[in-house]
Design a protein around this ligand. Structure first.
Ligand code: SD4
Length: 336
C-alpha cells in the first residue's frame, strides 16, 4: 500500500501520533523529500513540537521551544527550559532566590525523565543552582535514580557544578519576617509562580519532562516534596503522555499523582479528564482539608493534547504550541 493510500484509509485521530513509527514504515515507496514534507504536515496537524509548563514561565517555555526548533530533543528542551527559572534570582520558588526552610537553608528538589523511561533526581540539594541538570547527570552518569543532600552536592561538584549561595537578600528578608511569627501554613499560590514542571514533545514525537523547586517555603529542615519523586511530581510514558505536579507535595505523593494521570490517559481519558480525576482523588479523600492547600496538574498526551486542573483558582500554565506562547488559566475544583 502506498503512503497516500494508507493516510487516506486511516483516520489520523484513530492513528494517534505516529510520525516516528507506524507511518514511517509505510514510506518505502516515496522520496525522502516527500517523507519529510508528510511528517511535517502530520506534526503541524497535531501542533508538535510543543512545550507546556506549570505557572507563568514564558521565558522558560520560549527557551525550550528554541531548543526544539533547533532540532534538539525533548529532554534537552525541558532541561534548558527549567534552567531559565532556576537562574532567575527573582523567582522565590525555584533555584537561586528560592525561599529557604525554617532554618534559613535553601534546599532544592528536582527530577527529569526521558522517552525511554530513564529518570534521575536530586533531593535536599544545597548551594547548586541548576538542580535539574544535576538530576540529568544522576540519570546519565550513575547507576542510580536519586541522590540526596551532601552526596548529591558532592556529586554535582565532581561534575563541575559551581557552589553558590542561593539565599538572596530578598528571600532572606522574607524569611526573617516569617520568623517573627514562625507560623507554618502552606501558601496556596505564590506570586503566580511556583515549582516549575515542564513537558515537551519534540519533532520525533518523543516526550520528556522535568520538575524543579525549592519546595515549600519555611518547610521543616530535611523535608522533601513530590517534585523529585518519580511518579509523584513527574511521570512520562512515551507511548501515552506525561504529567507534572505543583502544590502541596505531601498530597501529591499520597496519591502518586503524576503516575495516576498518565495511567488514566492510558485508560482512554483525555489529559484534561485525567487531571480532573486526579484532583478529585485528593479532594474526595475522607477528611480531606483541601480548602487549605493547592495542588495543580498539567498533562500532555502523545497526540499533543494538553490539560490542566487544580484544586483552587489562580493556577496557570504556559503552553507553547503552533507558534503561540501563552499563559492559560486553569479550571479548578473549589468554587466556594
Ligand atoms: C513541594 N510541590 O515541594 C512542591 C512545591 C510546590 O507549591 O509546588 N509548591 O511540595
Amino acid at each position: 500500500m502506498k503512503r497516500r493510500d494508507f493516510i487516506k484509509n486511516t483516520s489520523l485521530t484513530g492513528l494517534g501520533f505516529a510520525v516516528g513509527n507506524t507511518l514511517v514504515n509505510c514510506d518505502e515507496d516515496i522520496t525522502e523529500a516527500q517523507k519529510t514534507q508528510n511528517h511535517k504536515a502530520i506534526r503541524d496537524l497535531y501542533g508538535i513540537p510543543l512545550v507546556v509548563a506549570t505557572w507563568h514561565v514564558e521565558n522558560a517555555t520560549a527557551k525550550a521551544m528554541a531548543v526544539l526548533h533547533a532540532g534538539g530533543s525533548a529532554l534537552d528542551a525541558v532541561e534548558q527550559g527549567c534552567r531559565v527559572e532556576e537562574a532567575n534570582a527573582k523567582g522565590q520558588t525555584v533555584g537561586k532566590g528560592g525561599l529557604p526552610d525554617r532554618d534559613g537553608n535553601v534546599t532544592l528538589d528536582a527530577s527529569i525523565m526521558d522517552k525511554d523511561g530513564n529518570c534521575g533526581s536530586v533531593v535536599y540539594l544545597q548551594n547548586i543552582t541548576h538542580a535539574v541538570s544535576v538530576a540529568r547527570k544522576v540519570m546519565e552518569d550513575t547507576p542510580h535514580v536519586m541522590l540526596a543532600g551532601e552526596g548529591a552536592k558532592q556529586f554535582a561538584l565532581s561534575k563541575g557544578f559551581k557552589p553558590e549561595n542561593l539565599l538572596t537578600e530578598a528571600s532572606k528578608i522574607a524569611w526573617e519576617q516569617w520568623k517573627v511569627k514562625a507560623q507554618y501554613k502552606p501558601i496556596i499560590n505564590i506570586e503566580n509562580h511556583d515549582t516549575i514542571g515542564m513537558l515537551a514533545i519534540d519533532k520525533n514525537g518523543d516526550i520528556s519532562g522535568a520538575c524543579t523547586t525549592s519546595g515549600l517555603a519555611y518547610k521543616m529542615g530535611g523535608r522533601v516534596g513530590d517534585s523529585p519523586i518519580i511518579g509523584s511530581g513527574l511521570f512520562i510514558d512515551n507511548d501515552i503522555g506525561g504529567c507534572v505536579a505543583t502544590g502541596l507535595g505531601e498530597e501529591v505523593v499520597k496519591t502518586v499523582g503524576s503516575f495516576l494521570v498518565v495511567e488514566l490517559m492510558r485508560q482512554g481519558k483525555t489529559p484534561q479528564q485525567a487531571c480532573e480525576e486526579a484532583i478529585h482523588r485528593i479532594v474526595n479523600k475522607p477528611n480531606s482539608n483541601y480548602k487549605n492547600f493547592q495542588v495543580g496538574y498539567v498533562a500532555v498526551n502523545k497526540k499533543g493534547e494538553t490539560g490542566c486542573y487544580a484544586i483552587h483558582q489562580y493556577f496557570s500554565i504556559t503552553k507553547y504550541q503552533a507558534d503561540k506562547n501563552e499563559q492559560i488559566q486553569s479550571e479548578f475544583y473549589n468554587r466556594t
